[in-house]
Design a protein around this ligand. Structure first.
Ligand SMILES: *[C@@H]1O[C@H](CO)[C@@H](O)[C@H](O)[C@H]1NC(C)=O
Ligand SMILES: *[C@@H]1O[C@H](CO)[C@@H](O)[C@H](O)[C@H]1NC(C)=O
Ligand SMILES: *[C@@H]1O[C@H](CO)[C@@H](O)[C@H](O)[C@H]1NC(C)=O
Ligand SMILES: *[C@@H]1O[C@H](CO)[C@@H](O)[C@H](O)[C@H]1NC(C)=O
Ligand SMILES: *[C@@H]1O[C@H](CO)[C@@H](O)[C@H](O)[C@H]1NC(C)=O
Ligand SMILES: *[C@@H]1O[C@H](CO)[C@@H](O)[C@H](O)[C@H]1NC(C)=O
Length: 456
């Protein structure tokens, strides 16, 4: 083993030691503090639901997922596009949460112990100042992710590369993203025993919040009354009404008092209590697995029409980020020919709203038929199931390898191999990937897609 590798391992063991002291007991995935419906929370899923072995060991790395395409290959670059960690709910949901809590306090009068628990022990502790901020668990998400990525790609994510300015840290300006990238840096700082001052990040909303700057997307999707029609239709479908009735029955309140907004607020309370505090709260008792799957579909429908395949502009708004990734890979490809790669690592912190359009543009998780209000049953096995791939701290990695036969590119999503559409190889030649995306590489202009004709 090389000195460098053993240093990383030693540091890792030290970190491992300190984490096992602070971790709460001998938890495993079968524990009862994990709600039975925890895998249906959509973008509110914990990262651990996507990688369950992390429940036992938060620094576990599955080596077979991150090994090079062959022993002769050398990793020369990694771009990591990350979603911020676990956060507080946003303002508009907090209001609905207050509403359902008040309704439970004043009207629900069943005698079950969980209901008693909600009425007497549980307190509404979410407030409006929390509005979307990163929570402590969210900082841990990224501190731990940084350590796992350093263990996965030790020749790239290394203190040498940091000291030689071969790192780029780029973030959305949102507080939860800035706090996430700081936590990621903190993870490396603790691992390498370096100074925090060695890390510098740059805010770039043009790249990481392109969805705010694409005027056509704002006009045709965000401000459109019809863009999310399927979502509205599903909310008045029998599947959804049945969930409302079951929740009303469990609370013993009139059906008319339980709106879809309130059902969703209660579902979110279960999700947030779990994501933030790892508690299987009494709110979770309002839903069975079927209910959760209906609510999950409702949320997938929204992501599909707002960030995914529903409208072409959703993914096209990410053209600038797409070109940014491939331009960097091209620069690295050129530099590696000369054996002097200066851009070894790019860490880019954004949102689910950043990653979903990019994954869509690249053709991942595409179903044969679009998701709509009337095909819930038909879409049981859909690929576009956000709970499975877009939890807090979701991460899309592009790793470039220099191999004897040429450069190879491997994509990973949430630390697991992600196969490019219609390419069977796990780490195809970079050239092959570029051919597959040739149309986009030649076109996909943010300016052309997003600009509106001016009417003066
Ligand atoms: C933790 O759980 C595993 C598997 O259930 C068990 O083998 C082990 O003895 C437990 N360790 C402690 C410290 O309880
Ligand atoms: C590790 O990854 C391999 C595939 O890359 C998979 O077959 C295996 O089940 C994974 N192991 C664990 C413990 O997740
Ligand atoms: C619950 O309240 C309703 C009226 O709001 C009343 O008719 C019913 O008897 C109550 N049930 C229990 C279990 O207290
Ligand atoms: C419940 O519904 C009734 C009528 O449908 C309404 O008058 C009442 O204000 C509602 N209560 C709550 C707490 O929303
Ligand atoms: C890479 O090198 C090729 C050929 O030398 C050149 O045409 C191209 O512009 C370079 N690309 C970048 C991004 O530097
Ligand atoms: C919904 O999708 C199904 C196919 O999955 C299709 O048959 C149906 O026409 C679609 N409904 C609408 C309103 O587009």
């Amino acid at each position: 083993m090389s000195n460098k590798a053993s240093l990383v391992l030693t540091a890792l063991n030290i970190v491992l030691g300190s984490f096992s002291i602070s971790s709460a007991g001998n938890s495993s995935y079968a524990d009862s503090n994990i709600p039975a419906i925890a895998r249906y929370f959509g973008t509110k899923c914990r990262y651990e639901e996507v990688n369950p072995h992390l429940v036992d060991n938060i620094l576990y790395v599955n080596k077979s997922n991150v090994e090079p395409p062959s022993p002769d290959c050398k990793a020369v670059h990694i771009t990591a596009i990350l979603r911020h960690g676990t956060r507080y709910p946003s303002l508009k949901y907090i209001k609905d949460m207050e509403h359902i809590y008040r309704l439970v306090l004043t009207m629900a009068n069943g005698s079950e112990s969980w209901l008693w628990d909600l009425k007497t022990r549980w307190k509404m502790w979410y407030n409006e100042e929390m509005d979307g901020r990163l929570v402590e668990k969210g900082r841990e998400d990224h501190r731990h992710l940084a350590v796992r990525l350093a263990a996965s790609f030790p020749t790239l994510i290394s203190v040498e590369n940091l000291r030689n300015n071969r790192f780029d840290f780029i973030t959305s300006s949102k507080h939860r993203c800035v706090d996430s990238i700081k936590a990621f840096e903190k993870g490396l700082e603790e691992l390498w025993k370096t100074e925090g001052s060695e890390f510098k990040h740059e805010e770039n909303n043009e790249l990481m919040r392109f969805f705010d700057q694409c005027r056509r997307f704002i006009q045709d999707v965000v401000n459109s009354r019809t863009a999310l029609t399927e979502v509205d239709l599903f909310r008045s479908r029998p599947e959804m009404r049945r969930v409302q009735e079951k929740v009303a029955d469990r609370l013993q309140v009139p059906y008319s008092n339980i709106t879809t907004d309130l059902v969703e607020a209660a579902f979110l309370l279960c999700a947030y209590e779990f994501a933030i505090k790892t508690e299987n709260s009494a709110w979770c008792r309002l839903f069975d697995k079927e209910d959760a799957q209906v609510l999950e579909y409702s949320s997938d429908l929204k992501q599909f029409w707002k960030r995914g395949y529903g409208h072409d502009i959703n993914s096209k708004s990410s053209c600038s980020l797409f070109h940014d990734v491939f331009n960097r890979l091209d620069r690295v490809a050129n530099a590696s020919r000369l054996g002097q790669v200066t851009e070894a690592v790019a860490v880019q912190m954004g949102h689910a709203d950043t990653l979903l359009p990019l994954l869509t543009l690249l053709g991942f998780f595409k179903d044969e038929l679009p998701l709509n209000a009337s095909n819930y049953a038909l879409q049981q096995d859909r690929a576009f199931r956000v709970s499975r791939f877009m939890p807090y701290a979701a991460n899309l990695l592009f790793v470039l390898y220099d191999c004897p036969e040429g450069l190879r590119l491997q994509a990973l999503l949430n630390e697991k191999p992600l196969y490019f559409p219609n390419i069977q190889h796990r780490a195809p030649l970079y050239h092959t990937v570029k051919q597959a995306y040739q149309q986009l590489l030649l076109g996909c202009s943010f300016k052309q897609e997003c600009e509106l004709p001016s009417h003066i």
